[in-house]
Design a protein. Sequence first.
Lengths: 281, 256, 260
Amino acid sequence: MFAVRRIAISVGTTVAVLAVLIGAWELYRWIWISAGWTWPFLVDDTSMPHIHTIVRALFEHPTSGFGDILIVQLLHAALFTAKEAAVGFALGAVFGFTLGVVMSQWRVFQRGFLPFVVASQTVPILAVAPIVVVYLGTLHVAAWFSVAVIAAYLTFFPVAINTLRGLLSTDRRAVELMRSFAASRWRILWTLRVPAALPYIFSALKISATACVVGAIIGEAPSSIQDGLGGYIVNFNQYYTLNPQNLWATNVIAALLGISFFLVIVIAEKLVVRRAPEHVA
Amino acid sequence: MTARRQALDWAPAAVVLVLTLVIWQETIAVFDIKRFLAPQPTAIASTFWDHRSELLHAGWYTFQEALGGFAIGCSLGILAALVLARWRGVGRALMPYAIAASAVPIIAFAPITNAWFGPFGKTSKMAIAAVLCFFPVFVNTLRGLTSVRPASIELMRSYAAGEIDIFRRVRIPTALPLLFTGLKIATVLSMIGAIVGEYFGGSPNALGVLINSRNATFDFEDAWAGIGVACAYGIAFYLAIAALERIALRGPSTED
Amino acid sequence: MSVVEIHKLTKRFERGDVLALQDIELAIEPGEFVSLIGPSGCGKSTLLRIIGDLIQPTSGTVTVNGKPAPRARADHDYGMVFQDSVLFEWRTVAKNVALPLEVLGWDRSRRKTRVDELLELVELGGFGDHNPWQLSGGMQMRVAIARALSFDPALLLMDEPFGALDEMTRERLNMELLRIWAASKSTVVFVTHSIAEAVFLSTRVVVMSARPGRVADVVEIDLPASRGALTREETRYFELVTQVREALHLGAELDEAVAQ
């Protein structure tokens, strides 16, 4: 079966890539420590722990005997962060899509809102995250929801822009075709424009999914929301020189969280979007 | 297009802007929200004006970090794209991993770069900015270099052009628009990387540190004024690259 | 009653102030196969779209089935086929054919029956579950024709549907179109660049000239109703092709005379 073969090759390549990366890490470490080079930075057990040290730390108790082993704690934290990111993602995607549709159907809305939507893309939204979380906290909004608001904000604008772009880029002849059998404007929207816009929308969703995870972590950090990955990062940062492997382990889990959000969208895209395979040189 | 027509085109946007500011201002006034909780736009503006020197200097400090990271990250991204476009098999195999790597929350590594390069220097934030800039530039440039129409390649081969020639005359011009798309994304990311990196620790001269400390003491007006400065630098950076793009892409485009 | 009646039709495009059509008079009877042929810019595609109410005329009247064109469109009196088959990539072949029926609100079982019928008619039975990109250009065009016929319109408007296909596929599809036309008993208005195609398919060929677009000549095609591959080798066929060709050149000469 071709499918089994392809999956086996993918898994094999992934393992190979990981092996190469781990090997490169250990090799770099060994060379730099042996030669005593300090550029670009000093290499020792603190700045670059052994990979096996990091892995081992996952199965130890970080809080000296209390609580679960690290990996269990981190997975709980990841779930917490994931919830914030997912809620924000859903809200942002729905509102972004709606705004995109509204802007596509009525030019006055497009002219009124689009400049701000585009300008907002150049705003360092992540920089605003901590302010929003602290500020909403003073309004007694639940901390996790404030973080979800950040994630929603990060999703909203790219989805709105790409929805609009996708909806407006429909083939003119396809629209003529629909009009030739007297399809109403809404029919044309749902039967033609939206399916045609799906590749654009998914491209925005892929970027947003990743951004939501980053936004959630950054939002948690300054307000030290203890339950999420951001809180763990802030905590382990304080004790970095004592236990560098804890921070590294947390970052590994954070990386896996980001990748899994991304993969979910990729899989969803494969299921929902049917297109001809591309032919490029 | 007549001037009147242009003015009419921008009218709805102006209306939205004015309405938003007015509603913001009035809601706070009407509901008598405490000043320290929610700043009015006028308050933010006056705070900015009072502290403009400090804010702009801090912004410049942070912008240097962003610029440095941008330069490093984009160069590496272009280089990597050129290399992988030349050896297509490797490129195709590694693409999914590059895309997955871009899904990693890079900024979460800010504490680690602080440990490596010291939290008070510019280097640690430049490193974050560089990694953030690398991926969009790499992915977009690679896509541009490899999305040439087969017919164009065949044409060049019919002139017995070598690989390098094909690169120069066809692939690179095709890649330029996408390269600039990546660069524009990178300008935004570089500023974010620098500022958010500073949230995890940085020099007191830095904008991110300033924003963070004002935030911690609930000086929201100051914090928002700082954000405004960050936005201004970010938008200026973006527009500069966009202007560069217009110059570089002047003339008829080679591919759609 | 004529299927299509066009009276003093004029179309001027604002952009570039182009007079695309001037004082067109045309009547098409039920069951006819009328080709519109002419050089680029003679307005034949514009005329087709005006009949289909996709473009509005500047002045003059267009009636389809005794109604003004907009009402005819709302009543689904005609189906259109374009040079690009315009199939939706995200739908299977069967769902593409069913598209107008969905818009018309037919229920699922009725749609399925009709789609199966149509795919048999265009000899694509069994391809219903394929994706559009898996079909050749000629097959995609047959799907587009099936789709246009799905709600059994009285009038079929076709804008150079075979223009993007190679000569051999084109001739084969010409014969298929005649078969489908006979089976569906519809009226066809067919825009083409090819003199051979126009003469082979039509009962009447309307020759148009450009700048401004007008009817230069009308050639009655008196070939027998049932036509096949051998028809293209008959003497009468060549005579008619020559007649149309000369009408086209006559139209072109008029152009030059007017231009001077």
